[in-house]
Structure formats: structure tokens, C-alpha cells
Design a protein around this ligand. Structure first.
Ligand SMILES: Cc1cc2nc3c(=O)[nH]c(=O)nc-3n(C[C@H](O)[C@H](O)[C@H](O)COP(=O)(O)O)c2cc1C
Length: 328
């Protein structure tokens, strides 16, 4: 058996497979299944900024009659909010009690102000790290790209100030200069970047004429943007760890991400589709490949094909086909 150990934002992991934030990590039964299947760490299902606010609001609405008679609206709002935050802190605490692998809390957010005051509760509950799913959609025609990026960097700075936990930022790739903003996040002492989040995709049902969501699951061919950007950045910006997310469906894709320079991969759709057994299948594939290649540890090949480590790394920057098909 090869040594699959890796490190990720200061955490020692037994292998490079982390279960991504999703329903797979939303309750203790599933979290135990993740560990039993061999996952090296789990990122809990996110607590959503909007959810905290709207759940608090709906609790308040349900009790509107009572509240109309009282002047405790503000207090009640905070109690409802507190309830959901405590539930999440309890999940962290229970996961820490029952699992021996690292537990990463996750917040889906665009404003630090919504969670900075309750992050201490997640720290106290024992979270090993924090993943922030940060996705501002630049849909305001009056806001220039540089201002969107300025706000993202201010967010990273404020997040760093808010907690001593290692922070992973899970981001998208639609920035005008992705390389530059990755460097800016690193300068703000963010510990890890998760490249990339796969966003909710709206669609339209033409019969009902309603907005619906497309399938939330990725396909196995969707990993190329993550692979490209990890390869471009990993050996150039070494103060952050890179985690690969989106389209990691097999052991061979995990190997590709590691060769490109990722420290870990986050896996979701493959496990939802095939069950928790997908994890040992992927680990076995990595093991077999390492034995065939004569690699004893992940460190033997991690980052080998990152752009900076290659004589001809320009392939990672190529955007045009010189030949379309082999025989044309
Ligand atoms: C049903 C579902 C729920 C998800 N919920 C979250 C979430 O709460 N927070 C988050 O950061 N990502 C969430 N994700 C995104 C996944 O963590 C992951 O980044 C994405 O699915 C891409 O990885 P994959 O190709 O392995 O599926 C969710 C994905 C799915 C399919």
C-alpha cells in the first residue's frame, strides 16, 4: 500500500479525498459514513447567510400575533437566529465527538458581518477549519469589475480578522484577473483556495413558464478549469494550499489534480451518484497507479506538472486549438 498522506491548511490528512459540502455532510449519520468509507476530512453542509436571516424571519412571522403585542421583535429575531446557529454548532460538536477525521465548518456568505459574531461558537464546538463559499454575482451594471474585486479582497481581510481557524475560500473563476485575485487572497493570509465552486444553474421550464434549477450534479468531464488553474497557480503562489473541486469523479482525476499541485480534492457528485463506496474505489485507483509508477508517497509527484515546475508549462495557458482533430 502506498502512503497517501497529505497536508491541507495545516491539517494532516490520511489521503487527498475530502467530502465536499453537500447533503452528504449535513447530518451525523452521513458524516460517519464518510469516515467509514475512508474520507480524509469532511466539509459540513453550509450554513447559509440568507437561511439564517430568512429562518429567523419566518420564526418571527409565525409568532407575529404574539410579537404584535410585545416590543420584543428584535430580541425574538435574535433568538430564532441563535437557534439555527446553535444547531449548526451542535452538529460540529457531535461530528467532533464521533469522528476522528478533521471537520471543516462551512458558511455560504457574501458579508463577514453576518457571521463574524457567531464564528467563535463554531470554534468552541471544535471545528478544525472554516470554508467560506464566497460567490458574489456581479449583476449590478453600475459596479465595475475592479470594485467587485476590491470587495472580495476586503471580504478576505475581514474574514481573516474574524477567526483564528484556518480559512479556505471556495470561489468561482469569473474574475477579470483570476491570478491576481488569487495572489491578493494569499496576501490576506487565506490558508486555502478551493477551485472551483460549481454554482446553482437556473433554467426555465417552458410548460409552467417557471424558473427551475438544472441538475445539481457535475459530470466527470467538468474538471478542466480547476485543473488548469491549480496547475497555473500552485507552484507560483505557495503560501496557500489549493483544493480541487468540481468534476472529481475518479481516482485518475484525483491523481491529475495532485500532479497539477492540489493538496486535496473535494468530491460530491460522484458520491451522491454512486454512494459512499465511490471513496474506496477512488483510493484503490490512486494506490494502484502509485504502485505502477513506483511512487511511495503523494509528495513524490505532487505538483510535478504545475506550470512553474515544467520546462514547457505554456500548455496550461493555451486557449486555441492548433489542430482540431488528430487527423485533420
Ligand atoms: C445537492 C448539493 C448541495 C450542495 N450544497 C453546498 C453547500 O451547502 N455549500 C457549498 O459550499 N457547496 C455546496 N455544493 C457544491 C459542492 O460542494 C461541490 O462544490 C460541487 O458539487 C462540485 O463538486 P462535484 O463536481 O464533486 O459535485 C452542493 C452541491 C450539491 C450537488
Amino acid at each position: 500500500m502506498s502512503d497517501l498522506k497529505t497536508t491541507y491548511m495545516g491539517l494532516s490528512l490520511k489521503n487527498p479525498i475530502v467530502v465536499a459540502s453537500s447533503p452528504l455532510t449535513a447530518n451525523i449519520d452521513n458524516l460517519i459514513k464518510c469516515e467509514k468509507a475512508g474520507a480524509a476530512a469532511v466539509v459540513l453542509k453550509s450554513i447559509f447567510e440568507e437561511q439564517i436571516n430568512s429562518d429567523a424571519l419566518s420564526e418571527t412571522t409565525r409568532n407575529a400575533e404574539y410579537l404584535a403585542l410585545s416590543d420584543y421583535q428584535e430580541v425574538f429575531n435574535n433568538i430564532a437566529k441563535d437557534y439555527y446557529i446553535n444547531q449548526y454548532a451542535e452538529l460540529i460538536a457531535e461530528a467532533k465527538k464521533q469522528l476522528s477525521i478533521p471537520v471543516i465548518a462551512s458558511i455560504n456568505c457574501t458579508h463577514v458581518s453576518t457571521w463574524a459574531d457567531f464564528i467563535q461558537r463554531f470554534e468552541a464546538a471544535g471545528a478544525d477549519a472554516l470554508e467560506l463559499n464566497y460567490y458574489p454575482i456581479a449583476s449590478d451594471k453600475d459596479v465595475a469589475g475592479k470594485d467587485v474585486e476590491k470587495e472580495a479582497i476586503a471580504f478576505a481581510k475581514a474574514a481573516r480578522k474574524a477567526t483564528r481557524l484556518p480559512i479556505a475560500l471556495k470561489i468561482g473563476y469569473k474574475y477579470s484577473s483570476l491570478a491576481n485575485i488569487i495572489k491578493a487572497f494569499a496576501d490576506e493570509k487565506i490558508d486555502s483556495l478551493v477551485l472551483f465552486n460549481r454554482f446553482y444553474r437556473p433554467d426555465i421550464d417552458i410548460n409552467s413558464e417557471k424558473i427551475v434549477g438544472m441538475s445539481g450534479l457535475s459530470s466527470s468531464s467538468e474538471y478542466s478549469e480547476s485543473l488548469r488553474w491549480i496547475a497555473l497557480m500552485a507552484a507560483e503562489i505557495t503560501s496557500v494550499d489549493f483544493a480541487a473541486s468540481t468534476g472529481v469523479h475518479s481516482g485518475s482525476t484525483v491523481i491529475k489534480m495532485l500532479l497539477a499541485g492540489a493538496k486535496v480534492t473535494e468530491v460530491c457528485s460522484e458520491i451522491i451518484s454512486r454512494g459512499f463506496d465511490a471513496i474506496p474505489t477512488m483510493l484503490a485507483e490512486i494506490n494502484t497507479w502509485m504502485s505502477t509508477k513506483g511512487y511511495n508517497s503523494i509528495a513524490d509527484f505532487q505538483g510535478k506538472l504545475a506550470q512553474e515546475n515544467m520546462v514547457d508549462g505554456a500548455h496550461w495557458e493555451r486557449t486555441q486549438y492548433m489542430k482540431n482533430l488528430q487527423n485533420s
